[in-house]
Write a protein of this length. Sequence first.
Length: 265
Amino acid sequence: MKLQDAASKESKLMTWDDTFKFRCHQKIDCFNSCCRDVTILLNPLDVVHLRKKLGISSTDFIENYTHLLVSRESGLPALALKMSQDEKKQCQFVSESGCTVYDSRPYSCRLYPLDTEQGVEYTLIVDQAKCHGLGESEEWTVERWRNEQGLYDYDDIDHNLKDVMHADRLWEEKIVDQRMQDMFLMAIYDVDRFREFVFESTFLQKFKVDDDIIEKIKNDDVAMLYFASQWLRFALFGQKGFLKIDKDFLNQKKKEVLSRKEALE
């Protein structure tokens, strides 16, 4: 989540044992204001949670509820929630009584009013002048807040996807190939389209994948995210991990290419 708040940049750094005061409720006069005119970037697990909550495919969710952002430096894609088109520019999932997808809300909404870069040091993303919830009496440690907001569920995914999600640090040149951008987008965010790619193409002929992994990724979206991260490590960085090219399939393809070449000569 990104708020245009210069004061938040000057907030003190906090670690897990540090405390802050915060409480959000319907009677507070700024209720729902944090959900307006804001960029809410989506974590891959956010897409999994939200599409399940809405009962739609990840492909439909991405098409109808997000807009694509492309890094100017790396060319890698990311997704942000679409806001309403009126003057409020409010999140589509917010009603007068609050968030309608609260149990499936994105990572950045769970973390609010905190922000973090590496998950070690935290700051307040907004000041009390804009968020009156910071003037409430309820006190939290950073660790208890993370626990109450279900943020620990994201830790393993973040750890496994970190090198892929921050691949821009490893690229010397900007990615301008749209096919590569779409490959990255599909694997990281569009779990249903990536599942179709794995099971309905020649993917499982090209790669040797253990049967237990194949069975797991058929229906488990989180397992598929882990699998996608391994595939991207192979596709982007040449790291094989548990993905191994089927040599028999490769040799057969080479023979087919040579046969077509000979037929043309």
